[in-house]
Design a protein around this ligand. Structure first.
Ligand SMILES: Cc1cc2nc3c(=O)[nH]c(=O)nc-3n(C[C@H](O)[C@H](O)[C@H](O)COP(=O)(O)OP(=O)(O)OC[C@H]3O[C@@H](n4cnc5c(N)ncnc54)[C@H](O)[C@@H]3O)c2cc1C
Length: 456
């Protein structure tokens, strides 16, 4: 029987292992190595005093089918938890106030998010010619060119912070927002593209929109179910230290407790962050290691606050809010978790989670937990105009939280994958390369598993 090692038990590693077993019909022996005590990577849930606290993602969107298909295969559809309708209302903190983000173009033009000048600049996008070549550019440069500086600062910068904890001046528009980039390429502009797509949709049988989905006990339900369904071993507290190429096979040197072990495999999937992959491939491909090290990460801290509902001077009626950099606040944004998924807080209580740091202010995410909690609460108090003290505070720090897809990312990844192909039996799969969303991770895991099984 062929042996496959998967290094890293985040959602990418676990779903790759699951799909390899499924596609190979049990003809492959799998071993998953995870350095932490618990599997899940960024995707974990903590339960405390009746609160359900997500350490990273709070769900996935159903506008791509991949996670839902995996859920079906795992037979855990009964655990799915759809976000409440309240979650459709999103807010921005602009000019010192929380303003509801308009949902339709008409409502947008009537809203106070942009000044009249900003709205006019946005409207003339229709006449802005498309960029002639296909070269990459930063999100800021793309947005300024097409819809103007004010839209960048008030709309796009907070969105980049919300998804990537990213810096729009450095994020690649092609890699981070491929659908937006495609609108210009295919239709000549954003307004033209949106109009054309609306027309196309009229003829199509309307599919579901992007609704946020999670699981009844939190995102950990997906991780637990993957673990339960993987027949091979998932070794936790097991850190892979070295990867060696030996006679067409892969020798893994790993540490468990104080002991060092070795084991040889036919094939290895590196489902770790890219900087870990860089350190593991260094001894047999220095160039590949250097390329992998070019992928940057932004630190991020998640700060959960549990409040008593009574006396809280805010109805938390919505998804939460994002904060543009021009507002000079410490938080990137806040999710009203128990409004999105009501069972996240016990009866009479409410749960919010703020995000801090990112590429915008990385040093903030690296401060001590108490300090992070203190300055985040101060921000929340001002923004949400509440004097209520939280009865629960918990900080989750991710020193290398989210990969930052900077300008040139797609070309970098292409070079990386070309180099990887020259090493038979070596695969790379994590959120560092082809998408950071849970859906992207699951899709890329399925594709990696297909390739492993085809080539083994
Ligand atoms: C705060 C935050 C909020 C997010 N919110 C959302 C959201 O709402 N929706 C969404 O779709 N996505 C969200 N994301 C993104 C998504 O959570 C991640 O992209 C995804 O979970 C990454 O999974 P992964 O398996 O690729 O990587 P990871 O989760 O980083 O897993 C890699 C694993 O490799 C292990 N490892 C590392 N080195 C070794 C070694 N030497 N030996 C063995 N194991 C090793 C690590 O311990 C880890 O478990 C969020 C991310 C963060 C940080």
């Amino acid at each position: 029987m062929k042996k496959v090692a998967v290094i890293g038990a985040g959602v990418s590693g676990l779903s790759t292992a699951f799909y390899i077993e499924e596609f190979s019909k049990g003809k492959v022996e799998i071993k998953v190595f995870e350095k932490e005590e618990h599997p899940g990577g960024k995707m974990r849930t903590a339960h405390k005093n009746g609160f359900t606290l997500e350490t990273g993602p709070n769900g996935f969107l159903d506008n791509k089918p991949y996670t839902l298909e995996l859920v079906k295969k795992l037979d855990i559809e009964d655990k799915l938890y759809k976000s409440s309708d309240k979650a459709r209302k999103r807010f921005l903190f602009v000019n010192g106030k929380l303003v509801r983000l308009p949902e339709s173009p008409i409502a947008f033009l009537a809203s106070y998010v942009l000044s009249i000048k900003g709205k006019l600049r946005l409207a003339v996008e229709y006449f802005v010619p498309p960029k002639k070549d296909n070269s990459d550019e930063s999100l800021s440069s793309f947005v300024k060119r097409r819809i103007g500086e004010e839209s960048l600062e008030k709309l796009i910068d907070p969105m980049a912070a919300g998804i990537f904890a990213g810096d729009p001046d450095r994020l690649s528009v092609k890699a981070a927002f491929p659908a937006v980039w495609q609108l210009e390429k295919r239709y000549g502009g954003l307004i033209k593209g949106l109009l054309a797509m609306q027309k196309e949709k009229k003829d199509a049988t309307a599919g579901p929109g992007g609704v946020l989905m999670s699981f009844k006990s939190g995102v950990i339900d997906l991780i637990d179910s993957l673990i339960k369904n993987i027949k091979g071993k998932v070794l936790t507290n097991t850190s892979v230290k070295k990867l060696l190429k030996e006679n067409g096979k892969w020798k893994i040197v790993y540490e468990k407790g104080d002991e060092i072990f070795e084991e040889t495999f036919d094939c290895v999937v590196l489902a770790t962050p890219s900087y870990v992959a860089a350190s593991l491939v260094k001894n047999f491909d220095h160039e590949l290691s250097e390329k992998l090290n070019e992928i940057e990460y932004s630190p991020i801290a998640v700060v959960a606050f549990g409040f008593r509902k009574k006396g809280l001077d805010h109805d938390l009626d919505g998804f939460g809010f994002l904060v543009p950099r021009t507002e000079n606040r410490k938080t990137l944004g806040t999710l009203w978790d128990s409004s999105i998924f009501p069972n996240r807080a016990p009866e009479g209580k409410t749960l919010i989670r703020a995000m801090v740091g990112g590429a915008r202010q990385p040093q903030l995410a690296m401060a001590g937990e108490e300090e992070i909690a203190r300055f985040t609460y101060k921000d929340i108090k001002k923004i949400m105009k509440t004097r209520h003290k939280p009865e629960l505070t918990k900080v989750f720090k991710h020193s290398k939280g989210i990969p930052h897809y900077t300008v040139g990312h797609l070309e970098r990844v292409e070079e990386i994958f070309k180099k990887v192909e020259t090493h038979q039996g070596l695969y790379l799969n994590s959120n560092a390369y082809k998408g950071v969303g849970v859906n992207d991770c699951v899709y890329n895991s399925l594709k990696t598993a297909e390739a492993v099984v085809k080539n083994i």
